[in-house]
Design a protein around this ligand. Structure first.
Ligand SMILES: *[C@@H]1O[C@H](CO)[C@@H](O)[C@H](O)[C@H]1NC(C)=O
Ligand SMILES: *[C@@H]1O[C@H](CO)[C@@H](O)[C@H](O)[C@H]1NC(C)=O
Ligand SMILES: *[C@@H]1O[C@H](CO)[C@@H](O)[C@H](O)[C@H]1NC(C)=O
Ligand SMILES: *[C@@H]1O[C@H](CO)[C@@H](O)[C@H](O)[C@H]1NC(C)=O
Length: 570
């Protein structure tokens, strides 16, 4: 069995009993919800009640963290329950002010009950076909009606079917025997319930789904004057279409639906979402499926280099919750310059029960254990063949403790540099370059990226009062350099706490990340560069060829062992 980054639940459905017994559900109190609802109520009063229009400086967005049902229900019951819950959220008081609402992937229908989806060119409003025999399933119609009734843009993910014949002119590949293509698809309804955009997923893995012959770039405009592009989950780690939409098409507002499995120490969900939005300086609306036991959680609204407006990493048994923020529009071509007015995180409290992956290359970093006490000053330089990075750190005392467990402990830190290829799932990988410090539970390399058990109180022995990491990253055509930070609560540091600077030298970028305020609760802090697939310009979307290099096989071995562990967040 391999690890799954995205869409973990559909594959888990069959084996859920086994997993349930290995990873017992932790039914903790739902204080998170209550806390957030009161914040939302306060925030909503400030928003006023009009739909935003083209002359407004902002719009109001909602992203939904959604816990799917999947035990003991038939496909029909399951879809009916999900559809009802979606509609309830769309018509809830929390959603009242939103112009646009994003639901996560894989939380509506499944491959046993697929629906046709009209092409945007047809400008069809499925809701208006409700009383005629139509080719669209009732849930597509019901959600079109919900978008229409509530006058909102709504983005959903579903499993779509298409007659191969309709596509034969552009796709020469052989059709399945039932005459259908099955896609993972994002569907966008406008305020009338009209289907105005459709995106079929490109980066598919171990899903019995078809890929599009050519990658699609799904872009749509709204009546409040904002142009969006949207894509799904795993796409965020790849150049096409995600990075290409920003770098080549100049889109500044991105919608991302996901069921994402977090990986320590650099790619947990909210951490990656914020890093990606900041590195690109774009608005990102990210909605995550909520199933922490399988690793899926993480939603948020991010304002580029102004950081997160709202974000949620949920523990325990997951939630069905909309997170709302007022988002400033980008002025023509100008990046974010102002600080966000609000920043909320769903849980500053310790969480439990999120299953985490670990970076399979972490043991291969060129790293050095930092010998730090409460009054250290150190300076370290480490290199790989491709990259040298420097670290300057100063520490001071701290009185803080985190959690109220029965034992206490403190993390140690390594400074590490890595350049090379990392795989995600068996045939997909990126070339990355990383310079960072990361937390380890002891002085060994193999303890890095692990967390202390939930019953441990973390009592840091020092705080970083200065922490600065610099590196010079070789320029290539496909490259995204991101600030990457993670604290004990699994959120990233905000622009008030961290400075990020990227200087364009002709052949390279000089990147620097530095603390602005002292911190004693870091799990990771550094620079993460994604060079995507630097070895070839060729696209591999249609190929399912397994790249069998020895190193890939080794990594697969490492994943299998990873699966034996459950890393609990504090
Ligand atoms: C936006 O402002 C322009 C110029 O003031 C005005 O003509 C237009 O009607 C406004 N549009 C909306 C939707 O209010
Ligand atoms: C989109 O949702 C459907 C239905 O829940 C799911 O089967 C599919 O896997 C999802 N998309 C992706 C990319 O996983
Ligand atoms: C469909 O029929 C129902 C009941 O007859 C009616 O209430 C509803 O307005 C109709 N919907 C449309 C879109 O015509
Ligand atoms: C779609 O997937 C099915 C099942 O894997 C396969 O038989 C068929 O050839 C695929 N269609 C295309 C156009 O690739």
């Amino acid at each position: 069995m391999l690890r799954k980054w995205c869409d973990g639940i559909s594959s888990l459905t069959a084996g859920i009993e086994a997993i349930g017994s290995k990873f017992p559900q932790n039914m903790g109190p739902l204080f998170v919800n209550i806390f957030l609802n009161s914040l939302l109520a306060i925030a909503l009063q400030a928003f006023g009640s009009q739909a935003s229009d083209i002359n407004d400086s902002h719009f109001v967005a909602g992203v939904v963290e959604f816990r799917p049902d999947f035990i003991g229900l038939t496909t029909e019951q399951l879809i009916a329950k999900h559809t009802d819950a979606y509609i309830e959220i769309l018509s809830s008081p929390e959603a009242l002010e939103t112009d646009i609402v994003v639901f996560p992937e894989s939380t509506l229908n499944n491959e046993f009950n697929t629906t046709y989806v009209p092409a945007p060119e047809e400008a069809i409003i499925p809701c208006l076909l409700a009383n005629q025999s139509s080719r669209y399933e009732y849930y597509l119609i019901a959600l079109s009606c919900a978008a229409r009734d509530n006058r909102k843009y709504v983005i959903i993910n579903l499993t779509e079917k298409e007659d191969c014949a309709a596509n034969a002119a552009v796709d020469p590949r052989p059709c399945a025997t039932n005459g259908l293509n099955i896609y993972n698809t994002n569907v966008v309804f406008d305020r009338e319930g009209r289907v105005i955009s459709r995106y079929r997923k490109v980066n598919i893995y171990v899903e019995r789904k078809n890929t599009t012959y050519q990658p699609e770039f799904a872009i749509f405009d709204t009546d409040f004057g904002v142009r969006f592009a949207h894509f799904i989950c795993f796409d965020l780690l790849f150049y096409t279409p995600a990075e290409e939409l920003v770098a080549k098409y100049g889109i500044r507002n991105i919608i991302f639906t996901s069921m994402f499995a977090s990986e320590t120490p650099f790619l947990t969900a909210v951490q990656l979402q914020q890093s990606w939005a900041w590195g690109n300086n774009v608005t990102l609306l990210a909605a995550g499926a909520s199933y922490p036991q399988s690793g899926a959680t993480g939603s948020g609204i991010y304002a580029g280099s102004s950081g997160s407006l709202v974000s949620a990493m949920i523990g325990n048994s997951g939630v069905r919750q909309i997170y709302v923020a007022k988002v400033h529009k980008f002025a023509e071509k100008s990046p974010y310059t102002t600080a966000p007015e609000t920043h909320t995180t769903a849980a500053a409290q310790p969480q439990t029960g999120v299953r985490l992956l670990r970076d399979p290359q972490l043991d291969n970093f060129n790293s050095q254990l930092l010998q730090l006490n409460a009054s250290s000053v150190i300076s370290v330089e480490l290199c790989t063949e491709m990259l040298c990075c420097s670290l300057i750190a100063e520490t001071t005392t701290t009185e803080n403790s985190y959690g109220n467990g029965t034992t206490s402990d403190a993390y140690q830190y390594r400074f590490g540099v890595f350049t090379g290829r990392r795989s995600y799932e068996k045939e997909q990988y990126s070339d990355v370059a990383i310079c960072a410090i990361y937390a380890c539970t002891d002085d060994t390399v193999s303890s890095c990226g692990l967390l202390f058990p939930a019953n441990t109180t973390i009592m840091p022995k020092f705080a970083f009062k200065r922490l600065q990491i610099e590196g010079s990253f070789q320029k290539t055509e496909r490259l995204l350099i991101m600030p990457n930070t993670l604290d004990f609560s699994f959120y990233s540091l905000q622009p008030a706490q961290v400075a990020w600077n990227l200087a364009d030298k002709s052949k390279s970028y000089d990147a620097e990340i530095a603390l602005k305020a002292s911190a004693d609760n870091l799990l990771a802090f550094g620079i993460y560069a994604n060079y995507y697939d630097s070895s070839s310009g060729a696209h591999k979307y249609c190929s399912s060829m397994l790249i069998l290099s020895t190193s890939v096989l080794l990594w697969i071995g490492a994943y299998a062992t990873d699966l034996l562990y459950v890393y609990e967040i504090l």
